[in-house]
Design a binder for this molecule. Structure first.
Ligand SMILES: NC(=O)c1ccc[n+]([C@@H]2O[C@H](COP(=O)([O-])OP(=O)(O)OC[C@H]3O[C@@H](n4cnc5c(N)ncnc54)[C@H](OP(=O)(O)O)[C@@H]3O)[C@@H](O)[C@H]2O)c1
Length: 299
């Protein structure tokens, strides 16, 4: 099996490549990097891995020929001041679609998307995932959408404040359980879907949500930080009406607006909280939150 990961740099792309290279079926993996200096040493030395230069922003640079499957991630834009992130997601997805069609060998496209990507409004930043799903739903003979829940690695933002003994949480009320998934489980799930190319799908596109082994509240996150650091950690909740200011302090205004809307969409009253059109199928990862916190803290 020959699998292309595009773009290869995001942490979920790296996790998928790691899972593919560890698979007993010995697939050949091609990673597409906009900057080849970003290829991790652990992949560079593997004879079944090839890094190529290309960017989803330019279809002419994407060559998927010889691949059976493509694993695609819509790259998040955190710092772009003027860009319309939904229009950008549409364009990069169109570019990937064109490259898949051009490479006649590609039988399956696996797209990492998000819970809530079924909605065309009310989800802020998740609209980029919606747009990618709209464009890519017929990109290949077999299409799989993996709608991931909240990444456990999002708590990496707490690394800045933990040395001072506190962390902020935007998941409120603080005892409200939320589905969270580890990036390594996203990588192994998407790798397995790519490796299953050629097997029949229950539907096409095949769409499922990816959750962790259990749900966690902000109180559970606090407990995990305390368990791993061995110290007491203060939790500072950011309530719904404080989200605009909270995100405006870390992102440019346009991006902050989308992240605020995304955050509100999964809080009480938001479209994902109400979930009028739930995704039918769910799959579950194995990694517990405390394991990810240990990795984040290097413990
Ligand atoms: N965070 C969540 O809770 C969550 C939940 C569900 C779904 N998702 C979705 O998961 C995806 C995010 O995955 P992730 O966390 O793995 O991403 P990530 O690690 O944050 O990806 C950032 C990397 O993407 C690369 N990148 C940025 N712009 C690019 C571009 N225009 N072309 C190619 N590469 C570019 C950059 O790498 P280089 O600088 O090295 O090129 C950058 O370091 C998004 O589609 C997001 O919507 C996120």
């Amino acid at each position: 099996m020959h699998i292309t990961v595009v773009p290869a740099s995001p942490k979920t792309g790296q996790a998928a490549i790691r899972a593919l290279l560890a698979d007993a079926s010995n697939p050949i993996v091609r990673g597409v990097y906009r900057d080849l200096s970003r290829v991790p040493a652990e992949f560079r030395s593997n004879p079944r891995f090839e890094a190529v230069q290309g960017t989803v922003e330019d279809a002419a640079t994407l060559d998927f020929s010889g691949s059976d499957a493509v694993f695609n991630i819509t790259p998040p834009l955190y710092q772009e001041i003027e860009i319309d992130i939904v229009a950008h997601a549409r364009q990069v997805s169109e570019n990937v679609k064109a490259a898949v069609k051009k490479a006649e060998s590609v039988r399956r496209l696996v797209l990492l998307t998000s819970v809530g990507a079924q909605y065309d409004h009310g989800t802020g930043e998740i609209l980029t995932n919606h747009e990618a799903e709209v464009v890519l739903r017929d990109a290949a003979p077999e299409v799989v959408f993996v709608r991931a829940s909240y990444f456990m690695e999002n708590w990496a933002t707490s690394l800045e404040t933990l040395p001072a003994g506190y962390f902020f949480t935007t998941v409120t009320p603080v005892d409200r359980p939320l589905s969270m998934i580890a990036v390594q489980d996203i990588g192994s799930t998407c790798a397995a879907e790519a490796l299953a190319t050629g097997t029949s799908l229950p539907s096409n596109p095949h769409i499922f949500e990816l959750h962790g082994p259990r749900e966690y509240s902000s109180l559970d996150v606090q407990k995990a930080f305390e368990e791993v650091t061995g110290k007491s950690v203060e939790m500072r909740p950011v309530e719904k009406d404080g989200l605009d200011d909270f995100y405006a302090a870390v992102f440019p205004p346009k991006v902050a607006k989308e992240f605020t809307a995304m955050n509100k969409s999964f809080l009480e009253g938001g479209i994902m909280y109400e979930d009028p059109q739930p995704t039918g199928e769910k799959k579950y990862g194995k990694t517990e939150l405390v394991e990810v916190v240990k990795q984040l803290l290097g413990a």
